[in-house]
Design a binder for this molecule. Structure first.
Ligand code: F6R
Length: 250
């Protein structure tokens, strides 16, 4: 895995935006795998700035998001559908017909999961998958488990994830308990992976991601199986690696 060190969140976001823009400039009809959460918000702003400066064109780009909550309307203020429109899609010239998220608000979630997996394959597979990481190592919403989930599936969210995401809802009780997420197998099929890690509270999980033997108890360790992973991490997220295993950064 390649680790790029950023001084802070600002620089991390700038670097991440440049990696994604380069991908789009090299392959104009790229299929981007996208993430939500607080980590990539500024990356999306950087991409919007690059678009406004004429440095990247999203007109041919297609996208698939990692995950979506179950049981809230697509246009709920905290759905990932709304997040993507507000943070990214409405600021660039992507055709929203080419943007896809799993729909967590359907009766037949199993069929939705199967169809989502088929869709990703039909679109030619993900060229670049953007990831954040949860404190428990989840990527997408693949929570600690006794196996690495293969395909898109419904998952019960961890208590820690619900607590962490309560900041976006009126109360913890309002956070959905389930989500639809790409599986680890889906994520690992992406041609390239770009993971962003910011802040001291992620230093421990970043360290584990890189140093533990791959274990489904820390799903992000599955990234060790992929041959083209770039991690952009800021100084604070790198503190534990610098302290215990600085040679990883060489
Ligand atoms: C978001 C996602 C999650 C987040 C993770 C970190 O689509 O799949 O894995 O990347 O929960 O969230 P933040 O960035 O809010 O710390």
């Amino acid at each position: 895995m390649k680790i790029i060190q950023a001084l802070n969140y600002e620089q991390l976001s700038k670097l991440a935006g440049e990696v994604i823009a380069t991908q789009v400039n090299e392959k104009t009809n790229s299929l981007l795998g996208l993430a939500t959460g607080s980590t990539p918000t500024k990356t999306y702003q950087v991409l919007a700035d690059l678009y406004n400066a004429g440095k990247v064109d999203f007109s041919q780009v297609k996208s698939v998001n990692l995950d979506e909550y179950v049981g809230i309307e697509q246009n709920h203020s905290q759905s990932y559908f709304t997040y993507m429109n507000e943070n990214f899609f409405s600021h660039v010239n992507i055709d929203t017909a080419n943007t896809h998220l799993p729909n967590g608000n359907v009766d037949d979630l199993q069929t939705e999961c199967k169809n989502y997996e088929t869709l990703i394959n039909r679109l030619g597979g993900i060229d670049l998958q953007l990831l954040g990481v949860g404190h428990n190592g989840h990527i997408g919403f693949n929570e600690p488990a006794n196996a690495f989930p293969e395909a898109t599936h419904v998952v019960k969210l961890d208590d820690r994830t619900i607590k962490a995401n309560a900041r976006f809802f009126e109360s913890e009780a309002d956070v959905p308990k389930y989500a639809v997420t790409m599986g680890i197998g889906t994520i690992l099929k992406a041609k390239k992976i770009l993971m962003l890690v910011t802040g001291e509270d992620k230093a421990d999980i970043l360290y584990k991601t890189l140093t533990l033997e791959p274990t489904p108890e820390v799903q992000s360790t599955a990234l060790q199986f992929h041959k083209d992973v770039t991690i952009i991490a800021d100084e604070k997220a790198l503190t534990k690696i610098k302290e215990l295993n600085p040679e990883l950064l060489k």
